[in-house]
Design a protein around this ligand. Structure first.
Ligand SMILES: Cc1cc2nc3c(=O)[nH]c(=O)nc-3n(C[C@H](O)[C@H](O)[C@H](O)COP(=O)(O)OP(=O)(O)OC[C@H]3O[C@@H](n4cnc5c(N)ncnc54)[C@H](O)[C@@H]3O)c2cc1C
Length: 384
């Protein structure tokens, strides 16, 4: 096995896979190291939406929404068999926090930010069509909007990106747990447990894309690199065998006005998600009974006839900036921590992985002083 690389990327989630792909496309030798399985972390526990994030307009994250909508268009092109458009129905009730005029304004802005030929249309459903909405509770219902976004299989997407990296020359190592890393005069030596064996590999540049494990991994590096102060926020989903609809619903939780999605999933239904600050070992995140009850209350309120039991519940961890705001109102923008020959990627969205990878690899190439010799190849035309 090769022992020397330009770059080692720790973490085979969507961010690590994206960065490995961008590095390989730029002609750099790269090793992608994953301790468990491709996409086994947060990248298989998301809501599986490739979306601009309508609700981020409320927190004025226009740049994030515009970039995500652009990435949505690209992914619909380069991964059309696993990124599919769908309609989302958004009911507005008398007691909804967001009023019809506000949602109309938000959807209009969403359409503008998406640009032309990018699933941009939305409509108000005539009252006569409400009864076709899979038993949606129509008591005190004022308006139903319909707009488009996209769904994917997050784990499959991550695998595809990792395989694309491999096809462009990246070395994929799994199961490969990074135990520690030490700065040398040339870059880093990285100690691994590779398939049960101890192994050391060397790289000029180290990328930490370990998702919720990012700071525990950073603490195993000598000297300790800069870290961003973050909270881990768990989000639970419930899976049902019964299909509520082949369309998606964007609901406002009656308990606390948060956004909840109901989506078709593997012939059944996926419902999520929650936000609960997590402190503990990211390997041991589990849905709590309160989260499950909260989600069941939301679906029972909106679809009183849908009284099925979920067959599965799982939780994933968001990496969000720490602070006093509720998790729901904290920024979803990606953050970087950087020092000599080291870059760490905090947070971000599944949807934006390609743009994040491009930004990251530009920083890496600049910091390695390779700008004259390596050009970042545009991955927006590379099918995955
Ligand atoms: C509940 C929830 C819903 C979401 N919904 C959406 C959505 O609908 N759309 C969207 O765009 N985004 C969504 N997101 C955000 C998105 O899922 C995440 O931003 C993204 O998956 C994070 O990817 P990552 O690669 O940073 O982390 P991860 O996928 O967690 O990858 C990190 C990897 O590092 C590995 N690792 C850790 N330690 C080591 C080590 N020592 N050695 C080797 N490997 C190691 C782990 O095994 C893991 O595979 C959601 C997030 C959550 C939590």
């Amino acid at each position: 096995m090769e022992q020397n690389f330009d770059i080692c990327v720790i973490g085979g989630g969507i961010q690590g896979a994206g960065i490995a792909q961008a590095a390989a496309l730029s002609g750099l030798s790269v090793a992608l190291l994953e301790k468990s399985d491709w996409g086994a972390g947060t990248s298989s526990k998301s809501s599986k939406l490739i979306h601009g994030g309508l609700r981020y307009l409320e927190s004025f994250e226009f740049g994030l929404v515009r970039e995500s909508l652009k990435e949505r268009r690209i992914l619909l092109n380069i991964a059309s068999d696993i990124v599919k458009p769908n309609w989302f129905y958004l009911p507005v009730y008398k007691n909804s926090q967001h009023k019809s005029w506000q949602l109309f304004a938000g959807l209009s802005l969403y359409r503008i930010l998406a640009g032309r030929k990018n699933l941009a249309g939305f409509k108000r459903l005539p009252r006569a069509q409400w009864k076709q909405l899979n038993g949606l509770n129509t008591a005190d219902l004022e308006t139903v909007f319909a707009y488009q976004d996209a769904q994917t299989d997050d784990r499959a997407l991550t695998r595809r990106v990792a395989l694309s990296a491999q096809s462009h020359g990246a070395s994929l190592l799994c199961p490969a747990t990074v135990i520690s890393a030490e700065k040398t005069y040339k870059g880093y030596s990285v100690r691994l447990n590779l398939n049960g064996d101890s192994k050391t590999i060397y790289c000029r540049y180290l990328v930490n894309a370990a998702g919720p494990w990012i700071n525990p991994v950073a603490k195993t590096i000598t000297p300790t690199p800069p870290m961003v102060d973050v909270d881990l926020v768990q989000g639970t989903h419930l899976e049902f065998t019964e299909q509520l609809s082949d369309r998606c619903f964007y609901l406002e939780a009656q308990q606390d006005h948060r956004a909840i999605f109901v989506m078709p999933y593997k012939g059944g239904t996926l419902l999520g998600t929650t936000e609960k600050v997590f402190s503990g070992n990211p390997d041991q995140v589990n849905p709590s009974p309160e989260e499950i009850e909260y989600l069941l209350e939301v679906i029972r309120y909106h679809f009183p006839h849908f009284n099925h039991k979920p067959i599965k519940a799982w939780a994933g961890l968001r990496v969000l900036p720490s602070g006093d705001k509720t998790p729901f109102s904290r920024s979803r923008e990606v953050q970087f921590a950087e020092s000599e020959n080291y870059l760490a990627i905090y947070g971000g969205k599944l949807t934006g992985y390609r743009a994040t990878a491009e930004t990251a690899i530009k920083r890496v190439i600049k910091s390695m002083g390779l700008e004259k010799r390596r050009r970042v190849q545009d991955s927006s035309k590379v099918d995955i």
